[in-house]
Design a binder for this molecule. Structure first.
Ligand SMILES: [Ca+2]
Ligand SMILES: [Ca+2]
Ligand SMILES: [Ca+2]
Ligand SMILES: [Ca+2]
Length: 328
């Protein structure tokens, strides 16, 4: 009976599928203000959130290798692959490229999420990947909140935080466009983790700033040639506020946000850049769909290729005789 063998064929296909290791698409691009905003990528009259995300997709998908700037603290980008990124336990899972070089580490925090409600959108619980500052540094803030306000054309962008401080993202002569993301409304508010400042004015007169890297666990923190230093382990996932570890078999969405809030004089605000990402083991199978750990047989139940049960109208493939698979 042919249908009995169909699931086996499909599972085999799934195991042999050539998943694309690179970013498939950008879901959201919500940068904070900064000197490279509206230029990396370029805003054009009529652009909106969707068209800006599409431009980011063109910059980053399939290892295109162009660079997207996230602006000052809090600015973020969210992307996904053509498959869930499996958490291979004890191994790095993701490699994320930025444009860091010696003395110019602009650490961004990496967040991960599962599409819990199955709607294909990144509107579910988010977790942070805990980096080395959680172990090494005093003064990491996990409840930082920052609001940016645009007061008019060609003006510095004002900010105020939940510690009672205020200041400006200052304009400079090298970048003459508006610094507030033109397709977003002012004020713009972000919440998240604030890393301790990493910049030092080594000249003493503001002419030479050195931004020291953190040890591990941040995007745009170490040069792309430092493969390990640019790699991330889903095992590091924590609840953003409590910092309690969370066990995730896979993730469907990845987000990176600028985690430093500092102004470095003539080189301006610190902003994380992203120039690509790669699943380090694109053909790994989530534990949930490995035949030996499939849920118990239930005749007629439909599952997607990632072991998630589907509503009947969603299609997918039907596992009619799970016992058959288990025997093999
Ligand atoms: Ca892992
Ligand atoms: Ca950078
Ligand atoms: Ca969702
Ligand atoms: Ca930057």
């Amino acid at each position: 009976m042919k249908p009995l063998f169909l699931p086996i064929a499909l599972l085999t296909l799934a195991a042999q599928a050539q998943n694309n290791p690179y970013i498939l698409a950008v879901d959201e691009y919500v940068p904070a203000p900064g000197q490279f905003i509206n230029t990396m990528p370029a805003y054009e009259e009529g652009d909106d959130a969707a068209s800006m995300a599409q431009k980011c997709t063109e910059y980053l998908a399939n290892d295109a290798g162009r660079t997207v700037c996230l602006g000052a603290w809090g600015g973020y980008i969210t992307f996904h692959f053509d498959h869930p990124v499996v958490n291979v336990v004890g191994a790095m899972d993701l490699y994320i490229k930025g444009n860091a070089h010696t003395g110019n580490a602009e650490a961004g925090i990496v967040m991960v999420s599962q599409d819990e409600n199955g709607n294909g959108l990144p509107d579910d619980s988010w977790y942070e990947l805990s980096g080395s500052a959680d172990e090494d540094e005093f003064g990491v803030r996990y409840d930082y909140e920052l609001e940016y306000t645009r007061f008019g054309d060609s003006l510095d962008i004002a900010w105020s935080n939940n510690l009672g401080n205020a200041g400006f993202i200052n304009r400079n002569p090298f970048h003459t466009q508006d610094y507030f993301p033109a397709w977003l409304e002012s004020p713009l508010t972000f919440v998240g983790t604030l890393l301790p400042d990493n910049a030092t004015d080594t000249s003493g007169n503001g002419s030479y700033w050195v931004l020291e890297p953190f040890r591990f666990g941040y995007a745009d923190n170490l040069p792309n040639t430092d493969t390990l230093g640019c790699s991330f382990n889903i095992d590091w996932a924590v609840e953003p506020l409590s910092r309690k570890a969370v066990s995730l078999s896979h993730v469907d969405f990845v987000r990176v946000y600028t985690a430093l809030h500092q102004d470095c004089g003539r080189i301006g605000e610190t902003s994380t850049e992203i120039s690509g990402a790669e699943d380090l083991h694109p053909d790994a199978l989530p534990a949930a769909i490995h035949p030996v750990s499939l849920p118990r047989n239930e005749k007629g139940a439909a599952f997607d290729l990632f072991g998630r049960r589907l509503a009947p109208e969603q299609g997918g493939f039907v596992v009619r005789e799970r016992k058959l698979i288990l025997r093999r």
